[in-house]
Design a binder for this molecule. Structure first.
Ligand SMILES: Nc1ncnc2c1ncn2[C@@H]1O[C@H](COP(=O)(O)OP(=O)(O)OP(=O)(O)O)[C@@H](O)[C@H]1O
Length: 251
């Protein structure tokens, strides 16, 4: 479904992603792991076109994304969440989630008061209610981010990514900063999304979560892929163990 082909990203002299290749299969949960600074978020940003790779291609359902703007990516059926929550503090939960949907409205200003726009608004409201019911945050629609616990905010961000009905969801550290119970909730949400037919690319440091939900895992270190396989293969891969042991020794 998503193919990353020879993608390279550099920042000045630093090559953050070195000729990365990866294939995310439809209907799977594919995790991207690696120590801090390995290049995972940079690769996410290259997929969603937030940054321009120096070379390589990103292909989604046989179509190259490389010349699209980030806004166009959402029309293609890809949504993401961010490592640091990016919710609008001055908007309530409903409007924050709505902001993930407006990209879907392809009408122009003249249509803003038209039937087409009203139909769009009804569809939007129904979709927001459906998604917030699924994520158990329907009773929070009128709250503002500052009034909500972090675990709920993470779900609001996931809801915002889901309202555009994407086929592929990119989650950047959805469990970061969460306690044990909140992490279990996120794990259940990720599994539920898969059973609803979504494809998920997950960047996550919580190994317990990664091992429990992933169909396939790609491991990066210093911008390069060092291993790829099912959770059991990765857990027993010597190079992966070495990289992670090195990280804990340096911590
Ligand atoms: N905008 C930027 N300008 C310069 N260097 C950057 C930029 N973004 C990332 N880097 C560098 O690129 C490398 C890869 O960073 P990246 O954030 O992609 O790693 P990561 O695997 O997501 O790490 P973490 O798990 O800590 O989030 C790091 O050395 C980082 O300092």
């Amino acid at each position: 479904m998503l193919q990353i082909k020879d993608v390279r990203v550099s920042f000045g002299g630093l090559i953050a992603v070195k000729d990365m290749n990866m294939n995310v299969k439809k209907g799977t949960i594919h995790s991207l792991i690696g120590p801090n600074g390995a290049g995972k978020t940079t690769l996410f940003n290259a997929i969603t076109r937030v940054i321009q790779p120096d070379k390589g291609d990103v292909i989604f359902k046989s179509e190259s994304l490389i010349n699209l703007t980030p806004e166009k990516i959402i029309y293609k059926g890809i949504s993401r969440t961010f490592q640091n929550l990016q919710l609008f503090q001055g908007m309530n939960v409903y409007d924050n989630i709505y902001s993930g949907f407006v990209h879907n409205y392809k009408g122009n200003l003249f249509e803003i008061f038209s039937k087409k726009k009203r139909d769009f608004d009804i569809q939007t409201k129904n979709k927001i209610l459906e998604v917030t019911e699924l994520l158990q945050i329907k009773n929070r629609l009128n709250s503002y981010p500052s009034q909500l616990p972090y675990g709920v905010l993470k779900r609001v961000e996931i809801a915002r990514a889901m309202v555009s009905d994407p086929e592929l969801l990119l989650f950047d550290e959805p469990a970061a900063g969460l306690n044990h119970n909140e992490t279990s909730e996120i794990r259940d949400i990720i599994k539920m999304l898969k059973s609803n037919g979504k494809t998920i690319l997950l960047v996550e440091h919580d190994m317990n979560l990664v091992m429990k939900v992933s169909d396939e895992i790609t491991v990066m270190s210093f911008g390069e892929k060092i291993a790829e396989g099912v959770p059991e293969e990765i857990a027993n891969n010597e190079e992966v163990i070495k990289v992670y042991l090195g990280e804990s020794e340096n911590a």
